[in-house]
Ligand binder design. Sequence first.
Ligand SMILES: *[C@@H]1O[C@H](CO)[C@@H](O)[C@H](O)[C@H]1NC(C)=O
Ligand SMILES: *[C@@H]1O[C@H](CO)[C@@H](O)[C@H](O)[C@H]1NC(C)=O
Ligand SMILES: *[C@@H]1O[C@H](CO)[C@@H](O)[C@H](O)[C@H]1NC(C)=O
Length: 642
Amino acid sequence: MRLAALFALLTVAAASELTQVDHVRQKFYNLEQELWVNVTDPQWRDAGLGGDVELTKAFAAFNEHVESIPRIKRITLKSWLWTKVSEKLVIIDGFYKNFMEFVMRQASPASVPSPVRDWLDMAETVLMDPRASVAQAVRKLHGYLEHADMFRSVLQDEDAEVCDLQLSAHQLIFDMYNTIALTEIKGYAMMQFSWMLLRIYGRGNFTQEASLTRQRYAERTGQTATAARAALASAKRDLYKCEPSVYNADTFAEVTRLLQGYIENEVDMNPDNTCKENCGYYTLAQNYGCYKDQYCVKQSRCNGRIIDCQFVDSDMWVCPASHYSSRRYEYIEYENGRVLGKGGKCDLGTTKVDSWWRWLFWHCSYCMCLCDDASYNSHRYFSLRPSVSDIVRNKVVTGIRLVKVGRVFHLKIHQGTLVERGFVESSEEVQVKAFDPSNADVKDGVDYHKLTYERRAIDLDELDSPSGYVLTGVRFQMIGAHLHFEIRSTPFNYTTGKLWPEKSQWISNDNTEGSTKPRSRMQLHKPDLPTRGDKILKIDSTHDQYIEFTHSDFDADAAQSTVPFIDVQPVVPSKASNSKGATLNSGAGVYHRGAPGSGGFIAVKLLTYDYSQHVKAEPPPDELLKEDEGFTTEISNKVEAN
Ligand SMILES: *[C@@H]1O[C@H](CO)[C@@H](O)[C@H](O)[C@H]1NC(C)=O
Ligand SMILES: *[C@@H]1O[C@H](CO)[C@@H](O)[C@H](O)[C@H]1NC(C)=O
Ligand SMILES: *[C@@H]1O[C@H](CO)[C@@H](O)[C@H](O)[C@H]1NC(C)=O
């Protein structure tokens, strides 16, 4: 098939929507076309400082486009293929550096022109050096790229890439493509320069050779772009944090004292101080006092509702927790041998707590209950205030994080300025609008949500923007009794980077438990603290689920903690952490990471922007291609094998 026809089939979208690298290639084709006209024009060749110097000026100017592309960090992957590809990239980049130094020297107005021999040496090294020419490196590079599906095959273990590099699989492929495509442009530019130079010096016609180089290049880049686009379209764009190496205030926070294991004697749970019932009777109760200053004086009273009491055993030793802890007890050891929590050493010393008989037939039992007390010690609030980027100043969300400020959890964002072709300039943290829920000017249901026994579910959703929109905000809202995650999407012009603020919209998955295909509930089974043990915690929730905050397991933790914990690690794609730019995102989500027997963590993730539609190697302009038609591969092989 003729190249022109082949490309007509492959070309889909408008050139204006191309990636920066693909756009620079178009620019080079245009320059090349103009230069070939000039180079074959004897008048141009002999005018001014001469064709060779004019040529260097044009290439020096073009180099600015190459340099305008943000430098991509060197990608290191444990892949044989990628290592080989990288070797060739390094060779071509090295050549280009020397080449540009030479070009700059010649192009500078004050320079003394180098002898013609030097120029010819350079051209020949680029094109023909049998040991190490650019032409050869480019050929080898493409050989590797044809190898299986390079882009997909290097992605062995998605978790490793996401965890170690903080890049989504999609970003990684995109960076690889940009690295390869840019280096290929450099190689191609050097080769065309060399043919032009040889022509200027009258060493031959070289129209055919240049044309062949062009055909080959167009074919290769077309194939590379097609492979990259296909890999990008299917690659995951999820970006999240994995297990931190240490658990501390920088990596997690807890909802505290939502439903907490609490020891209470039956006698204090009814207004008449009787012991006529049993623990199981008290499914919903409250404290009415402290009968005869028993164990109740030694612990802080539950000022809220007392729920779901049960009898474990009459007599026990209680190990109290430190006053600064959100726990009440470290552990409880019953006389029958059962231990709630991690028994062992007790720093503050255990207290013996014994149930008693009243008139032989009434047992005043100590029950193990749950306390739902929204006192000052309970951190159970989620801000409902939106966290949005400054779209009027063209800023988009470049990072996301859950944080606890005082007693309130907030969604915190990073933002950066969106510029041309999907590039985001360096990003900054946006401070949350913090408040104290006990303040009179903030309202439950408006500014914040207070978790309670009945209202403690959080929806787990993964939300993405429609095509042509990017992420500009996140918030929690209430839908029924559920805390519900939402994203703000704003349309933008890819070419200019300009946002369209008025067209912003909030997006969410409004499915509820009551619908025909209800949200499914994610269950925790006997959850221990996620920070304990050496279980590997993985994402175990899916879109359209929900989970309820609850108490940790009685046996494992005496139900002293609230699970899941909250992962507060910032999710800022790695580019955002250097000043050379940030990552464009289109979506975000709330998920659960855990394992059987663990309470796990609630965490947030991002979906990076889908660049697949912009990756395209457009063909050289028609005028250049026309000259190419009619060559047979036979001649071509002879030239290239040279
Ligand atoms: C090609 O020649 C024309 C006419 O001399 C000139 O205007 C133009 O700048 C040249 N192009 C380049 C890229 O040097
Ligand atoms: C030499 O190049 C010119 C274009 O500059 C072309 O028109 C011509 O056919 C070529 N001559 C040969 C002998 O290939
Ligand atoms: C984006 O902006 C460019 C330049 O203003 C314009 O030519 C193009 O049509 C716009 N694209 C869309 C999809 O609006």
